[in-house]
Design a protein. Structure first.
Ligand code: GLC
Length: 638
């Protein structure tokens, strides 16, 4: 039975006290091989059969994107999670399971939870304290449902914004990524606050997930699409064939063809910062480095991460990440565990994993010391979270899910994330001036402003959860009569003097038209896009609006910079709003001048389609740090 490494002068002190290290060692000493392997197993909640958590001693269960209870309410979430935790306490050694979920911009799988701006917007706000407060609010809403593990922060440093996960990154500046990631870790843990238990952050995806090169992804086998259970769960509404033609899965999970110096200077830095800040969970990347998959990369997972950086927590695989190592599942398991994976997000056929690892240990392909190291790490983290003493959280926290306080925080974050990139005397709007025309269905689409990882994996359109659309926010400030809405740019609901909604005169010219354009919601490789120019129907909408206004303001709801150089000269103002989340009021606050424009780009904005993927050689329309300010208006009631 390996004794936990005792702190020495050269080694970092262990994150557990000597007493807790003794607790872990003693518990490990009581465990059978089956119970140890059970702790290394994470199953997804729709696959776990009743009784198996107790019977197999599973260490964790997760909700993948959209892994929701049938009735998606905070109370139903809590009942689902608490039931699984209770079952784990019926295992022989009563080791509590830890439940994980992608709470990446709030507790976003849960209908009614506060949805914060995605990380690309928080990067533009560039305020660690704001991110720390968001982390704590997110943790509170996760804890309300008994969830103790959030698969966040992503510390990706996106290089090619054609990547569908660009919005999950804070910035292309690794220093800013490190600073904001540590803030989120501290917020999720509740450092220095008497605000309840910690939620375990998961720093992801180790390493250089965002350095993959376009065209190198091997994620998709078109022949096997019909049997790909994970992709089948991605209800994109657009059809896989069309998405693949648009570039889906061309770069996500691809190969980072960079040298080690670049890997260390750009992509390893955030992990060094997170480890130094005491991060205790890291998720391995699907991607490869110089042709070798990270899930089987012993040098990076063990020698660099656990050795050189001194990471003392546990490494979790990504969803089916072990399976991607090859065609022989047993060999994949051997390679992944020996490389340094400690817990496997199986997530479907968990008994196949348990059997494969058991055979690997019995045949000597995986040493028992590797198993004991992995399980010690897992038990140590559970101990540090206090799970052994308090397996459940306080159900009274449920009243804080989607609370007014959290929504106010999200509204502040939205306002701070907006970046003003052009303004020829168009903004701020005057709430007491003549009516404005808002054009584009995206202005009244909560799903579009939340983006992916919201209630479902891909996200969706319309009222997918609760919140305030951008249109509703504008009308809350200026009043219905001052904000006319035209989804298609042709007819609008302009109020007549008898305040009956009717079709305003199509040729009516407004002093200002605000055109809101959105990307189709997406997540991961489903959002890889070859072409980031505006679509023909968006150009037509802009043209119709142009004919009906004096000044044209364009607002983008996007997970990344889009190619707009050709159209920009015809616009009077451009606002990057990213994916702001549920509190669209935060956009109205800034557009009407109640809050200042303070956001600054945390990504370079490519000048043309041809500049995409060209890294430092790309011409930029706007650079990191760009963003304009405007004088504030007098505070507006409402
Ligand atoms: C996904 C993502 C990862 C996420 C995990 C669980 O495939 O790569 O970011 O945390 O699976 O949903």
């Amino acid at each position: 039975m390996p004794s936990a490494p005792m702190p020495s002068a050269s080694m970092p002190s262990h994150f557990l006290s000597p007493e807790d290290q003794t607790f872990v060692a003693r518990l490990l000493g009581q465990m059978t091989l089956a119970e140890k392997i059970g702790q290394m197993t994470q199953a997804e909640k729709n696959s776990v059969r009743p009784g198996d958590v107790a019977r197999l001693g599973l260490g964790s269960v997760l909700s993948g994107g959209g892994g929701n209870p049938d009735l998606n309410t905070p109370a139903s979430w809590r009942a689902m999670v608490s039931g699984l935790i209770d079952e784990s306490l019926r295992s022989r050694l009563k080791i509590p399971l830890i439940y994980g979920s992608d709470a990446v911009h709030g507790h976003n799988n849960v209908v009614g939870a506060t949805i914060f701006p995605h990380n690309i917007g928080l990067g533009a706000a560039r305020d660690p304290d704001l991110v720390r407060r968001i982390g704590r609010a997110t943790a509170t809403e996760a804890l309300a449902t008994d969830v103790r593990w959030a698969f966040a922060p992503a510390v990706s440093v996106p290089q090619d914004v054609r990547w569908g996960r660009s919005y999950e990154g804070y910035s292309q500046d690794p220093g800013l990524v490190s600073e904001l990631a540590v803030a989120l870790i501290e917020g999720l843990r509740g450092d220095g606050q008497d605000s309840g238990p910690s939620v375990l952050p998961s720093v992801k995806h180790f390493v250089a997930d965002a350095a993959a090169v376009w065209g190198t992804s091997r994620r998709i086998d078109r022949q096997a699409l019909s049997t790909d259970r994970t992709l089948a769960s991605a209800d994109t509404g657009q059809g896989m064939a069309k998405l693949l033609d648009l570039g889906a899965w061309q770069i996500d999970q691809g190969d980072a063809l960079i040298d080690e110096q670049t890997l260390r200077a750009v992509h390893l830095e955030p992990y060094r910062a997170a480890t130094k800040a005491g991060a205790l969970n890291i998720m391995a990347s699907y991607s490869s480095w110089q042709g070798q998959k990270l899930h089987g990369h012993r040098y990076l997972l063990t020698d660099v991460l656990k050795g050189e950086l001194g990471f003392q927590g546990f490494v979790v695989s990504d969803w089916e990440g072990v399976d991607q190592l090859g065609s022989d599942y047993g060999a994949c398991v051997v390679q992944a565990i020996n490389a340094g994976i400690d817990m496997v997000m199986v997530p479907f056929d968990y008994e196949r994993f348990i059997s494969a690892l058991t055979q690997a240990v019995e045949s000597g392909q995986v040493g028992l010391e590797r198993i004991d190291d992995a399980v010690s790490r897992i038990l140590g983290v559970k101990r540090s979270l206090g799970l052994f003493g308090q397996a459940h959280t306080d159900p009274a926290l449920l009243e804080q899910v989607g609370s007014a306080e959290h929504r106010l925080l999200a509204r502040e974050a939205v306002s701070r994330s907006l970046v003003l990139l052009k303004n020829d005397q168009a903004l701020p709007l005057d709430p007491l001036g003549p009516p404005i025309l808002v054009v584009g269905q995206a202005a009244d689409d909560l799903g579009a402003q939340c983006g992916g990882w919201t209630v479902t994996w891909m996200g969706g359109h319309g009222p997918t959860t609760t919140g305030t659309t951008l249109l509703a926010g504008l009308r809350a400030v200026a009043g219905e009569a001052q904000v006319h809405f035209s989804p298609d740019g042709q007819t609008d609901d302009g109020q007549t003097d008898d305040s009956q909604a009717d079709e305003g005169p199509p040729d009516r010219v407004y002093p200002v038209a605000l055109v809101v354009l959105a990307e189709e919601p997406y997540a991961e490789g489903m959002g890889d896009r070859a072409d980031l120019r505006l679509h023909p129907e968006q150009l037509e909408l802009l043209e119709r609006a142009r004919q009906r206004c004096g000044r044209l303001v364009v607002l983008l709801l996007s997970g990344r910079p889009l190619i707009v150089s050709e159209q920009l000269p015809g616009w009077d103002a451009l606002v990057a709003a990213w994916l702001p989340g549920s509190e669209g009021q935060g956009v109205a606050d800034v557009l009407y001048g109640a809050q200042p424009f303070t956001g600054r780009l945390s990504y370079g904005w490519p000048a043309s389609q041809g500049d995409l993927g060209r890294g430092a050689d790309a011409s930029l329309l706007f650079g990191i740090g760009d963003g304009l300010s405007v004088p504030l208006k007098a505070p507006v009631t409402g």
